[in-house]
Write a new protein. Structure first.
Length: 216
């Protein structure tokens, strides 16, 4: 059986795996984005609060994803829960860090001008600082999404969802006629998803970032 014949015969399962893979990544990215931006907002004005937060997140990234998932299984069981927790934790650092850098790069003169016309701190944050910090925040979200799209494949080893199941099935059936096809289908599917996510973020950037900020 050729690779194209394999894709034709398994297209329904591959589409289901791709849908589950994308859904898990999107869910975790939403949570990681909300938490990461909140962490950035809370810590960007204070160096003493920023350092321990960044160091903790950096230390977490040093833990192999397979090991972290394995440690979570006895606590929350196999399947989706350890997948969501692991991906969310891994997605936090780039978003939190880019939020801090973006907010610190906002021109203080603009913030002072907003303060001068009577804007409250929450209003300045929502209408001045976060919109100006959005380009680097979006970059952090793109980096996290690329990373999580690949890491999500590892979740298949604990019955997690996604295209990693194709890869692990192929590895488990080494020597069989379809082993290479399964690994290749899962790998190419993950690469395609990463490219689609990236294209979506480019479109989001064009729709949400003013031309003046993009040019600058």
């Amino acid at each position: 059986m050729s690779f194209w014949e394999y894709l034709s015969s398994r297209h329904q399962q591959l589409l289901t795996d791709a849908y589950e893979h994308a859904g898990a990544v999107l869910l975790c990215m939403v949570v990681a984005t909300v938490v990461g931006v909140l962490v950035g907002v809370v810590t960007y004005r204070s160096a003493w609060a920023d350092r321990p937060t960044t160091r903790t997140a950096s230390a977490l990234l040093a833990v192999p994803s397979l090991a972290l998932i394995g440690l979570l299984v006895p606590l929350v069981g196999p399947g989706l829960p350890p997948t969501v927790i692991t991906l969310t934790l891994y997605g936090l650092l780039p978003i939190a860090r880019s939020s801090v850098l973006g907010l610190r790069a906002v021109d203080p003169a603009l913030v002072d001008a907003a303060r001068g016309i009577g804007m409250s701190p929450p209003m300045r944050l929502l209408r001045i600082e976060l919109p100006l910090a959005w380009p680097p925040i979006l970059t952090g979200i793109r980096v996290s999404t690329r990373m999580l799209t690949g890491i999500a494949a590892v979740a298949a080893c604990v019955s997690g969802p996604g295209l990693g199941n194709e890869i692990f099935r192929g590895l488990a059936a080494r020597g069989s006629g379809n082993a290479l096809h399964e690994v290749l289908a899962g790998t190419l599917g993950i690469v395609l998803l990463a490219l689609l996510f990236d294209a979506a973020y480019v479109l989001i950037g064009r729709l949400t970032i003013s031309r003046g900020i993009r040019v600058r």
